[in-house]
Write a protein that binds this ligand. Structure first.
Ligand code: XBP
Ligand code: MG
Length: 258
């Protein structure tokens, strides 16, 4: 194992329901639209990856959306740009917390000489805002490769983003492990041939996720993982790099069913 390849939205931080969704609603308001996405609706929309694509998909079921395709696309573009501006402001204000256990594992991986990369289909500006808020000028030292939505022709669940990350790292799929939170992300990693550890984010707590190397509630706890982890003594303890290596060596897969 030579590298950890991290998904961003939902895996590093709860960016979807607390970040992108809130920023979309702010964008609707600032452009004078009555549209609002609640958590349940946004949860369903997450089946479509890409914020612009998600907007266009939602417009298909709205009677008050522009009828002409060109106007729809222009509106989606304007809303998406405004959403990303609002998202950056939310991140800057510290409105989006990192998921517990993530930074511990990143520190451990770095201390043990593993390389780390990002494979996300979000916009590069969103990634940079999130990394800047956590690491400041140090962001580049944490993730030597950062593949984003602008770098791919096809977003997840297509494997392209992971294949590009592997290519830039110069690694074979079994020399890395993907860290994901969603069915589409896990499918993308698997299709690229990578083992994938899944910590479903809030929006995907009850989703069907298939073929993962391990699935559990978060990297901060050893409880309720499949394959199971032994707690550290009386204490619970977090998921460690050795746990990841053991899971990958076992080579089994597990699924979560809705
Ligand atoms: C997450 C996504 C993105 C974000 C919004 O991808 O699907 O579309 O919801 O980002 P990942 P944009 O989990 O792979 O990071 O608005 O920039 O598309
Ligand atoms: Mg994700």
């Amino acid at each position: 194992m030579k590298a950890l390849i991290w998904d961003v939205d939902g895996t590093l931080a709860e960016t979807e329901l607390d970040g992108h969704r809130v920023a979309f609603n702010q964008a609707f308001e600032s452009l004078g639209l009555p549209w609002r996405w609640d958590e349940a609706h946004y949860g369903r929309l997450l089946a479509v990856t890409g914020g612009r694509e998600r907007l266009l998909h939602d417009m298909m079921s709205r009677t008050d959306a522009p009828v002409l395709l060109q106007q729809r696309q222009a509106l989606a573009g304007a809303l998406h740009a405004e959403k990303n501006r609002r998202y950056a402001q939310l991140v800057e204000r510290g409105a989006i917390g990192w998921r517990p256990g993530v930074l511990d594992l990143m520190h451990e991986a770095r201390a043990r000489g593993l390389r780390q990369a990002v494979a996300t289909t979000t916009s590069r500006s969103n990634l940079e805002a999130l990394l800047q808020s956590q690491f400041g000028a140090d962001a580049a030292r944490w993730f030597e490769v950062r593949v984003c939505g602008e770098d791919v022709q096809r977003k997840k669940p297509d494997p392209e983003v992971y294949l590009i990350a592997l290519q830039r790292l110069g690694l074979e799929p079994l020399e890395a492990v993907a860290m994901e939170d969603s069915p589409g992300g896990a499918a993308a990693a698997r299709a690229a041939g990578l083992p994938v550890i899944v910590t479903p984010s809030r929006a995907f707590a009850d989703a069907t996720i298939d073929g993962a190397t391990a699935i559990g509630p978060g990297l901060h706890t050893r409880r309720d993982w499949r394959p199971a982890l032994r707690p550290f003594g009386a204490e619970d303890g977090r998921v460690t790099l050795d746990d990841l290596l053991d899971w990958c060596a076992q080579g089994d897969t597990v699924s979560q069913f809705a």
